[in-house]
Design a protein. Structure first.
Length: 191
């Protein structure tokens, strides 16, 4: 089975994540797509992160009506910060029958050569790259036969701006799946 891996902090998950994920799973040969909730991205500060269980619960709420989606907490039991290569090794050991494909924003492709053992990721995994407007060209993007660009919609909603809007008491309802909005509002998160 060919399964896409959409890594992220999902702090919180928003409709942009769902639009991109749904487009990719419906317009590729992926049979499933897993949202891999990352406890700590090596390139981000942990201090801004909501507890892992809250972010996982929000992902579960957001994807409950998408039969091709599921959440993964595989990184919760791995050393932190989370490195993609370590997660892929752990997943391959646990699910040897799966063929895992990475989803990546074009902005991440530009820094991919800085990732731990990125050459090993490329050797054994296909990468589907979706477009982003906020592209920061820090160095030449990696080019490889296992990297394919997919013409997904460009959705520029950021979890960072959602968190800031919540702090400022602004309406963020249109940016979130209704269940996620209710969870954040009911639990008084990000205030």
């Amino acid at each position: 089975m060919k399964t896409g891996l959409f890594f992220g902090s999902f702090n919180p998950i928003h409709i942009g994540h769902l639009i991109i994920a749904n487009y990719i799973v419906e317009s590729s040969d992926l049979e499933k797509l897993w949202f891999v909730v990352t406890p700590q991205n090596p390139f981000k500060k942990k201090s801004t992160l909501l507890d892992d269980h809250h972010r996982l619960e929000m992902v579960n709420l957001a994807i409950q009506s998408y039969p091709k989606f599921q959440s993964s907490n595989v990184e919760f039991s791995l050393p932190q910060p989370s490195y993609t290569i370590d997660t892929l090794v752990a997943l391959k050991e646990k699910y040897p029958e799966q063929e895992f494909v990475l989803l990546m924003g074009k902005d991440n492709l530009n820094t991919f050569s800085k990732w731990k053992n990125y050459d090993q990721i490329l050797k054994y995994h296909q990468i589907l790259v979706y477009p982003r407007i906020t592209e920061i060209i820090e160095e030449t993007p990696v080019i490889h036969p296992n990297i394919s660009e997919i013409n997904a919609p460009i959705v520029e909603i950021s979890s960072t701006s959602i968190r800031q809007m919540i702090k400022e008491n602004k309406n963020i309802r249109p940016m979130l799946p209704p269940e996620v909005f209710d969870y954040i509002d009911g639990s008084n998160l990000y205030k």
